[in-house]
Ligand binder design. Structure first.
Ligand code: AGP
Length: 607
């Protein structure tokens, strides 16, 4: 997704803008640009490709300005190119935009814009054209912004500088996230608080319809009616170590190693140590009032929902529906008025999930979100919010957030089961004891997963990889396939092991790698027979199981990867580690951009 920055300060802003843009790189982008107010003109540089290209171009001609804007672009309208990179400028104004303007063709046909010569293929440039028109007509700066955004249909987070106003940055927000920051040397705007972590001490999360005016010493916020509004400023909540790779080569590698801490910190919220019980009662949620639960999310977060369906139905005997957010509100779902809709999102900014949340709220359904980023849009808009405590997740491929999501959802299912008396208090205590073992088991799983580096080296030329599992290992197979394809760019497919014979078995040919997730338990032998069906057709099996299973009969299995024996309640969390590590090692072996894989963004803030 695009990232926007605006900084006005007592000092030169060029380096701070670049530094803030670097903190937005994790979102994924394909071009970048900067515009800085220089006495009576705007200095601008735009490049295709990465920020390093922009830095090189700035070395050729430094800017001394103290007010500026910056952008990392993830192409939506118009291919990645210097021409389509932001900022988009005219002699009157310079602008950076995150979002999608849906009525761009109508706007370009407006009489007001008939003389404007568009240079780019982007939707964003139409905003520049409108701002220029109003400024040329003599509107005050803030009225230019108001008039312009009143014409826009779609999502936007904007940072704007006017050529004849060298000390201010104007911002506006609708649908895309925008954060305003302050510190003792100035004020700033950014797409998220991570980006502002070096230039702001306190931040506020702007609401849809807000217009903000940033000056060196003061930051004013107005609503769409033009009334001044107050927004709560909070401590920025990140420190530099949160968002550095430490001793790791990639953020993804660091974040896989943080599974133990992410899961431990997340479970800690729900463990009542005095009673030895799992309890979620601090969240003002009367679970007994719900007849059905709908779990709604995208991507990896959706797979955590698919796992949670097993948790809720097994432990709490409550019916659960799972929906991909991008499908949910278009299928006219039958929603019971006593249902609870739970929205799961690492970033808390995914446009599809946010839109699904808004849809459910419009129907009067109770909404709860499970997010990893404090004060994110989904967190703020839902009736109730619970947090995964995974810490900042920077790698585009979600890892520790996934196991942290499973930790929240499992805790809720155990708590709900105890209330519904489908679980006894003793069973709750037993599972609580099991949950406390998760961090240690995860540490051991990480250590053992180092051996998968060799496995990865032997599958980098595969034309595809299958992931199979039954029960909660089936959604984990989907997660494994997603992880694999999104960073190795090799096609991978997750499938229920029992379904292979109904078609996909035709895909099996000699040496096709098939990853089978086979924890011990009632489904073990059935899954092993599915494995034999694959082997009989030449498939190469990587079997992920534990120390105790299959002490014999594994000779025709290509590789058996063994995890420490894990309690059933947390085994999907533990089995996530080799799944994530295999994808990571494969991408590294292929020399791919592991943390910012091509075409992808960390937070998909467009539908
Ligand atoms: C997962 O590795 C992907 N990056 C992607 O599927 C992601 O899970 C999805 O976009 C949802 O993001 P969210 O959790 O921030 O809503």
């Amino acid at each position: 997704m695009c990232g926007i920055i605006g900084i006005t300060s007592n000092e030169n802003v060029s380096a701070d803008i670049i530094g803030a843009l670097r903190k937005l790189e994790y979102r994924g982008y394909d071009s970048a640009g900067i515009a800085i107010h220089e006495s009576n003109k705007i200095f601008q540089r735009k490049v295709k490709g990465k920020l390093d290209n922009l830095v090189k171009s700035l070395e050729l001609e430094k800017s001394e300005g103290k007010t500026g804007i910056g952008h990392t672009r993830w192409a939506t309208h118009g291919k990645p190119s210097e021409r389509n990179a932001h900022p988009h400028s005219s002699p009157y104004v310079s602008l950076v935009h995150n979002g999608i303007i849906e009525n761009v063709s109508d706007l370009k046909n407006l009489a007001e814009l008939e003389e404007y010569s568009f240079e780019s293929e982007t939707d964003s440039e139409v905003i520049t054209a409108l701002l220029s028109h109003y400024r040329k007509e003599g509107y005050a700066h803030i009225d230019c912004v108001k008039e312009t955004i009143s014409k826009l249909v779609g999502s936007y987070a904007l940072a704007i500088i006017f050529s004849d106003q060298k000390e201010s940055i104007f911002g506006a927000k609708n649908g895309s996230p925008l954060v305003a920051g302050i510190n003792n040397s100035g004020t700033s705007l950014g797409s998220d608080s991570i980006a502002l972590s070096s230039v702001a001490e306190k931040v506020c999360y702007l609401e849809d319809g807000d217009i903000v005016v940033c000056n060196k010493n003061i930051l004013e916020i107005f609503n769409i009616a033009g009334e001044k509004v107050e927004r709560e400023f909070v401590d920025i909540g990140f420190d530099e170590t949160d968002i550095s790779k430490g001793n790791f080569q990639h953020f993804m590698e660091k974040e896989i190693h943080e599974h133990p801490q992410a899961v431990g910190e997340t479970f800690k919220q729900f463990i009542d140590h005095d009673k030895g019980l799992i309890t979620v009662s601090d969240f003002e949620l009367d679970f007994t009032s719900f007849s059905r639960i709908h779990l709604i999310a995208c991507g990896t977060a959706y797979y955590s929902c698919l796992v949670a369906k097993y948790y809720f139905e097994e432990y709490a005997r409550i019916p659960v529906d799972c929906d991909m957010a991008s499908e949910y509100r278009y299928r006219n779902p039958v929603l019971d008025k006593n249902a609870l809709c739970i929205f799961v999102s690492q970033s808390g900014e995914t446009a599809d999930t946010k839109a699904a949340l808004d849809y459910s709220k419009s129907l009067g359904i109770k909404t709860l979100s499970i997010v990893n980023v404090k004060n994110s849009s989904i967190a703020r808009e839902s009736d109730l919010c619970m947090y995964t405590k995974a810490g900042a997740e920077i790698g585009v491929a979600s890892t520790k957030a996934f196991t942290a999501q499973l930790s929240v959802l499992l805790s809720m299912a155990i708590h709900l089961g105890t209330i519904n008396k489908t679980l006894s208090e003793n069973q709750n205590k037993e599972i609580c004891h099991e949950i406390m073992k998760a961090p240690t088991l995860l540490e051991e799983a990480i250590k053992r997963s180092y051996s998968l580096k060799e496995t990865a080296q032997s599958i980098i030329n595969a034309k595809g990889v299958m992931y199979l599992g039954r029960g909660t290992s089936f959604p984990l197979a989907l997660e494994g396939a997603l992880k694999f394809k999104e960073i190795s760019y090799i096609h991978a497919e997750g499938y229920p092991a029992g379904e292979m014979k109904h078609g996909p078995l035709a895909l099996i040919e000699k040496d096709l790698p098939v990853v089978c997730i086979v924890p011990p338990g009632e489904l073990f032998h059935k899954t092993v027979s599915n494995i034999q069906e694959v082997i009989a057709r030449g498939g190469k099996i990587l079997m992920i199981t534990d120390d105790d299973t299959l002490q014999s009969g594994s000779e025709n299995i290509w590789q058996v990867f063994r995890l420490p024996k894990s309690p059933k309640s947390i085994e999907t969390i533990i089995y996530s580690v080799p799944i994530h590590m295999l994808a990571y090692y494969t991408a590294v072996e292929l020399g791919n951009d592991v943390d910012q894989p091509r075409n992808l963004a960390k937070s998909v803030t467009v539908e």
